[in-house]
Design a protein around this ligand. Sequence first.
Ligand SMILES: C[C@H](CNC(=O)c1ccc(S(N)(=O)=O)cc1)Cn1ccc2ccccc21
Ligand SMILES: [Zn+2]
Length: 260
Amino acid sequence: CSRKNTRNASLHPLWQSPLTIPGGTRQSPINIQWRDSVYDPFLKPLKISYDPTTCLHIWNNGYSFLVEFDDSTDRSIIVGGPLENQYRLKQFHFHWGAINDWGSEHTVDSKFYPAELHLVHWNAVEYPNFEEAVMEGNGLAVIGVFLKLGARHEGLQTLVDALPAVRHKDTVIEFDVFDPSCLIPSCPDYWTYAGSLTTPPLTESVTWIIKKKPIEVDEDQLEAFRTLLFTSDGEEERRMVDNFRPLQPLMNRTVRSSFH
Ligand SMILES: C[C@H](CNC(=O)c1ccc(S(N)(=O)=O)cc1)Cn1ccc2ccccc21
Ligand SMILES: [Zn+2]
């Protein structure tokens, strides 16, 4: 089933309007039409080296739940792929649906996945901090990983077990050690394109790196995401579901693939 306009009515205020920004030419997310993507032999393999001890905490920011990392040094970085510099890991978070028929932000040949993981990195070579990098065309690099329904994901389970503690908006718990590379498929294949943040300020500062292979998670794990709330403790409860932005026009962009 596709996302009909009637569905926007049930979306969180943040995502109700198509939220196009005036003059936006590289907005995200987009549909990735596999046959229109162009193989680029000059794309390098993406090199991922995360230090699990840089993990700080999990918190519910009212849009998603995110796991934040200490980005004061180059201990957790990515390099290579389409990137000119190395980028530091800042946080990762997810987007998901109320049901398994949708939930991802990007689609592949118009197919939705039930959820999508975003690992957010910033260009610490050229910019002094994340906030500055957010405003620059080459400031951010986000790895997108699709989640599909299947076997239970043991690495994800450690996150799922912590979710009850961050059920309400603006709740946070310490999270000492976690290696997010366990959430990234070993298959090296990816698509890449120039895009934007998918929530305000929607800045056109993201080099997207979308992994071709999804990871498998089970129904209980997806259901655990859906027990989170958009609302703070004491407010009327609104379940945190459908926290994805509608698809944006490709405009004058080419999606490149690292694989034939
Ligand atoms: C952007 C920042 C808050 N947003 C994000 O960090 C963010 C990261 C990734 C995505 S996604 N879904 O595309 O991967 C979306 C949002 C706050 N912030 C920092 C500087 C800054 C300036 C104006 C307004 C907010 C500002
Ligand atoms: Zn995201």
